[in-house]
Design a protein around this ligand. Structure first.
Ligand code: HEC
Length: 98
């Protein structure tokens, strides 16, 4: 019994997992004021590339401040993906839902 418990703990500790996706929280905390609940206020530009979006979030663009001091590269990509889905599908309650 105890052995199983220890096994479970060590399995949890070792399993290389994706860090929890905080995109929805990040977006609602830092981005929603300008971009809007459903990315309707400042929508993504359909012509911009993935690279341009990453640069915009990391280094800022026009009146938007840079976020590279706060978000890692993976977080930047995830929050952009979240925005793309939000803009395409409307409100998403759980970004991890299938
Ligand atoms: C102070 C207002 C403001 C805040 C806060 C803000 N943005 Fe922006 N964002 C802008 C403006 C202005 C643009 C440029 C729009 C344009 O070029 O027409 C922009 C552009 C972008 C673009 C590029 C869009 C494209 O398709 O090229 C992305 C991606 C983006 N923002 C994501 C975010 C994310 C993620 C956050 C929060 C971490 C955020 N923004 C916070 C104002 C803001």
């Amino acid at each position: 019994m105890i052995f199983l418990f220890i096994l479970a703990i060590s399995a949890m500790a070792e399993e290389p997992r994706e860090p929890e996706d905080k995109s929805a929280d990040i977006y609602r905390s830092y981005c929603v004021s300008c971009h809007g609940e459903n990315v309707e206020k400042i929508p993504l530009n359909p012509e911009s590339t993935a690279e341009q979006r990453i640069v915009a979030v990391s280094l800022g663009v026009s009146s938007m401040p840079p976020y590279n001091w706060m978000l890692g590269d993976e977080e930047v990509k995830r929050v952009i993906k979240f925005m793309e889905q939000l803009q395409a599908n409307g409100r998403i309650e759980d970004p991890q839902a299938p």
